[in-house]
Design a protein around this ligand. Sequence first.
Ligand SMILES: Cc1cc2nc3c(=O)[nH]c(=O)nc-3n(C[C@H](O)[C@H](O)[C@H](O)COP(=O)(O)O)c2cc1C
Length: 462
Amino acid sequence: MATRAALKFARECSVYRKAKSNNLPTRCFSTASTNTHTPQPPSPKKVPHSSKKGRLFTGAAIGLLIGGGAYASTVDEATFCGWLFSATKLVNPFFAFLDPEVAHRLAVSAAARGWVPIEKRQDPPILELEVWGRRFSNPIGLAAGFDKNAEAVEGLLGLGFGFVEVGSVTPVPQDGNPKPRIFRLRNEGAIINRCGFNSEGIVVVAKRLGAQHGKRKLETSSTLSPAVDDAVHGGKAGPGILGVNLGKNKTSEDAAADYVQGVHTLSQYADYLVINISSPNTPGLRQLQGRKQLKDLVKKVQAARDEMQWGEEGPPPLLVKIAPDLSKQDLEDIAAVALALRVDGLIISNTTIQRPDPVSINPVAEETGGLSGKPLFNLSTNILKDMYVLTKGRIPLIGCGGVSSGEDAYKKIRAGATLVQLYTAFAYGGPALIPEIKAELAQCLERDGYKSIYEAVGADCR
Ligand SMILES: Cc1cc2nc3c(=O)[nH]c(=O)nc-3n(C[C@H](O)[C@H](O)[C@H](O)COP(=O)(O)O)c2cc1C
């Protein structure tokens, strides 16, 4: 049967070829063209020709795969890891093509599913530091807003961030502002967003963190007794530092009550807590930065945290995240409150409502919202310096705003930051950026003769 079919096919092909060489219209061989018994060759798709090409292509691909696999098996884990991180750059153009919020959603989902590389290489020892009694393998963290609902903590920590901050989380779930609400200014390396605290709420986030807390603890407890495990990780989320950033609901009249609710539900999972009072997209929020309002708020939140039952390690440190759009007087007030109430740290800064050059000439700059990325760098670094001086270097500061290289991170540290965060540069550069920033930061420190991060903190303010 098969032989007969093959013979028939060969015959039809030869008739078809003859017809073609005699310049007869090959159209007449179309199966649809006739109902006679004229031999019907396959449609003139040049099957033999393309299948030859296909075979060649498949052969080359298999050859490459085998050759590449054989070569990859000879390289060490660190080299292979480096390749994986670099390879993620290949998907950046695809993400750039998508709507910013769709791209962001995809990135979070990929990290949540573990479809991102895992950093297996040790961080340069010079980057290691201890803050609030917690050990950071490097000072580069992911800022709030990327993983608002704590969906991808493991994947993001696995990328090699020294710490990851989730949130802002609101007590009651809310949708945030209508879309579109995230806008790229690609040439300027910037983003404008007016998300308005889209959040799944504290209950959902607590459940997620609870599940991860268990899982992460189990991972390390296989080699350590529970007691040792608790001592190493403080009985909290295991290796990798996790910050939880708290927000307030748009319609809530009592901001302090919102933050207190956040503390009650989420502080047990946090290595540090943040009161975010600096988003420009929630009406009235930034007014909480005023001297009296801030003092009242911090007192209430600290009390709520301290009333809870804490083990030997004590409660998580409480930080306040401030805006870059503050006057000297505002900064002095915040510094005074932070010192008086022994706030554990300040994050400087959130996005700006200003449109510094060269952003101002971009039509997208007219969109309402907070600007982040490169154009924010100087503004936020100047505020950081001011705050370092005002707080006399007594409060750990997290420098955030426009960091896109190791040199930028180094400048933040010299301006007074003990830790550094980024968001926008990561959104544009993807995972490959993280090892690059860490390596460059280590080089900067070594170049200037520093033996540790501590030595460089505030170097430009002395
Ligand atoms: C899309 C987007 C959403 C953000 N959401 C939050 C948020 O929910 N809470 C918060 O404290 N900061 C939020 N931020 C601000 C960042 O955490 C960070 O402070 C700011 O972007 C400056 O850093 P960058 O220049 O490295 O992006 C958001 C930023 C962006 C771009």
